[in-house]
Design a protein around this ligand. Sequence first.
Ligand code: AMP
Ligand code: MN
Ligand code: MN
Ligand code: MN
Length: 303
Amino acid sequence: MIQYKQGVVFIIMIDLHCHSHFSDGLHSPADLVAKAINAGLVYFALTDHDSVSGYSECLKTIRPDSLCIIPGIELSTTWLSHDVHVLGLGIDIQNDALTALLHRQTSHRIARAREIGMSLESCGITDAYEHACGIAGHERIGRAHYAQLLIQKGYVSSIKAAFSRYLGRGKIAYRPSCWIDLAEAVAVIVEAGGQAVLAHPLKYKLTRLKLLSLLQTFKQAGGVGMEVVSGDMIWTDIHKMATLCQEFGLLASTGSDFHGTGLSRIGIGQQKTLPSTCEPISQIWTASSQKTFTETELLRAMS
Ligand code: AMP
Ligand code: MN
Ligand code: MN
Ligand code: MN
């Protein structure tokens, strides 16, 4: 996000979407905070899938006053049989409704992971579920852990191939998820005092009409923001999302969706900047400091 003050350019560096090893990321929350400091971030949110377990570790880190850590989560939801991800930012991680919802999500996740494990056993991988638990180091097994298993066992050579051949929708080890309804997820985020943000709207590969319908449902449910910039999105898509964001009167969010070095194409805080036409969601939190940038750093951030 770029701000002009008395002729001086300020960039407020923000990353409101990333994952730790408490979900399907490779790094610890402490490592991620170190990376966030290194990237010069002012706002940073850890948004693990259906888990807030990493937040307390973020708070234990020694960090500059200029880094504001926003308590976050990425909830898996179902909307018209599509898996849709909703970020909860600024949530009370101890909220009862949220805690109850996360217990349900974990049960769904374990049941689905066991089913995926059985289908991979029929492909010849013995003890697939147990191996995936070993890779994850926790019980909230996701498809990304199975993707790593498929690579380790030599079935595929990349995460992408693991999804396109085994784990993606309609493939041999795909099992439909039974996530909470989109509107319920938004309601719980609101109840927990947070802001609901529609994550990476283009990842669902919806027709334009369906995307508009999703945004309408999301807004009616109480959603206040959408990700205009996510991961290594190209400028054309960013501008399309910025227009939609304005049309729906939503606040714009931005995040790398970082899962780990070697796993993600860009690092923490390295996503492109929000277009100046957007109203950034970070405006609802008070900046504890702003960082000035040299012209070279500015050009790199805008490239
Ligand atoms: P799950 O929550 O178990 O359904 O897994 C969703 C996660 O799998 C996403 O957050 C990504 O980390 C990963 N994922 C999904 N689709 C792909 C893909 N096509 N290529 C790489 N990773 C993917
Ligand atoms: Mn993930
Ligand atoms: Mn996601
Ligand atoms: Mn994510």
